[in-house]
Design a protein around this ligand. Structure first.
Ligand SMILES: NC(=O)c1ccc[n+]([C@@H]2O[C@H](COP(=O)([O-])OP(=O)(O)OC[C@H]3O[C@@H](n4cnc5c(N)ncnc54)[C@H](O)[C@@H]3O)[C@@H](O)[C@H]2O)c1
Length: 375
């Protein structure tokens, strides 16, 4: 059996985001062999799109299909639609990729990590921003080529209007912006810099925004054990004239040897001080390769290649507990107007010497070379 058919993909939860998953899987040759959703309409949409795949109306039946070697979990991240699903897949001994955010709360995330650890299965969280083609260039520049040296400061800016008046649950649960949207950036920051030691956050909403009834923005200051600092400005309430939308947000990172400016759809610039002034060089990539749908295909390709190689994937569920803790700390910080240490959330799991997410996963992974897709 080749690694490809050993890890056939069974999709669980066949809602709106899984169309982008499948589009990415088709580009990067990731084989979908089965799907399950309790909703017959979702099953019918899946069957029409994937005529070669089996369609199941129970999770037991999907897990019993011998072609399913990895489960793609995309049920809503509410406790009742996530935790029992993850527990059942873990008990069946099947590896799984779980859509971000892992959970609404740190306590729920720990329960899932414990279920996965007890069963001894491999689980990765679908922090797809880490696998956006442009993000892979940023990761190479900072982690492999060390173009800024040891990073000392980074700034993340995301500002656009994201409104969902007709969506049944997005923006309407207890938590929204920081937990469900800025989590993309937390995932990438965890990979690049590891967990912060403390967070100070302000979260809030624009009362005139019709579709978001809870937090519509969350701005944070993060301090790291090695002295690095990060400022994050992140909002879905901005309808002004100078947007920096999700998908083309701006990150810049500074270190003693240089400064990187990056946007996923606008390339990467490295600025360095020289005796003659500031020297600027650029790294480019095919701008047709974007977050949607490429990152979804590349995330699954990474996970399946890690499984085939017997390696821990990047963004593993244990690594991702730091991201869940950061979310929890941010909401607590804002509610109580104080700096919150991650140790307060993580207890014995907090390790100030943890290092980067990169150092805890399959960092020597190389994206698959696919016909028609420039490397
Ligand atoms: N860029 C991204 O990575 C991205 C974008 C959108 C959504 N998401 C995440 O993906 C998840 C799903 O979002 P969505 O927009 O597809 O939601 P959705 O509401 O459109 O779809 C969810 C599907 O899960 C099914 N479901 C519910 N309970 C189930 C169960 N116990 N077992 C199997 N299926 C079950 C529902 O019937 C529905 O078809 C959420 O956690 C969301 O945050 C990620």
């Amino acid at each position: 059996m080749t690694p490809d058919n050993e890890f056939g993909i069974g999709q669980v939860g066949l809602g709106s985001i899984t169309g982008a998953h499948r589009e990415g899987y088709r580009i990067y040759d990731q084989p979908v062999v089965a799907g399950f959703d309790p909703n017959p309409e979702a099953r019918a949409r899946f069957a029409a799109e994937e005529p070669g795949a089996a369609v199941y109306d129970t999770l037991e039946a999907l897990l019993a299909d011998p072609r399913v070697g990895v489960v793609d979990v995309a049920t809503p991240h509410h406790r009742d639609t996530r935790l029992p699903v993850v527990e059942q897949i873990a008990a069946a001994g099947t590896p799984m990729l779980i859509q971000k955010p892992l959970a609404y709360s740190y306590a729920d995330a720990v329960e899932m990590a414990n279920a996965v650890d007890r069963a001894g299965v491999t689980a990765m969280v679908n922090q797809n921003m880490c696998f956006v083609p442009g993000s892979l260039r940023l990761i190479d520049a900072l982690m492999k080529d060390r173009v800024v040296g040891v990073p000392s400061f980074a700034e993340v800016t995301v500002r656009y209007v994201f409104d969902l008046p007709n969506h049944p649950w997005f923006g309407k649960d207890d938590r929204w912006w920081t937990g469900a949207l800025t989590v993309h950036h937390f995932g990438l920051l965890q990979l690049l810099f590891g967990p912060p030691e403390t967070v100070y956050a302000v979260t809030g909403r624009d009362v005139s925004q019709p579709g978001v009834t809870v937090d519509g923005y969350g701005h944070l200051l993060l301090r790291y054990p090695n002295g690095m600092n990060i400022a994050i400005v992140s909002t879905g309430t901005y309808y002004g004239t100078d947007p920096m939308p999700h998908g083309n947000e701006k990150i810049w990172v500074q270190g003693p040897e240089g400064l990187v400016d990056w946007r996923p759809e606008e390339g990467l610039a490295i600025s360095r001080r020289t005796d003659a002034g500031i020297d600027v060089s650029r790294i480019e990539w095919d701008r047709e390769r974007r977050w949607f749908p490429d990152a979804f295909g590349l995330t699954m390709a990474h996970f399946r290649q890690a499984l085939a190689a017997g390696e821990t994937p990047l963004c593993s569920i244990d690594d991702n507990l730091h991201v869940s803790a950061l979310i929890e700390a941010a909401y607590r910080s804002s509610a109580e107007n104080r700096v919150v240490p991650l140790a307060e959330i993580m207890g014995d799991r907090w390790n100030p010497d943890y290092g980067t997410g990169w150092s805890h996963g399959f960092g020597r992974w190389a994206p698959p070379v696919v016909a028609g897709v420039p490397a």
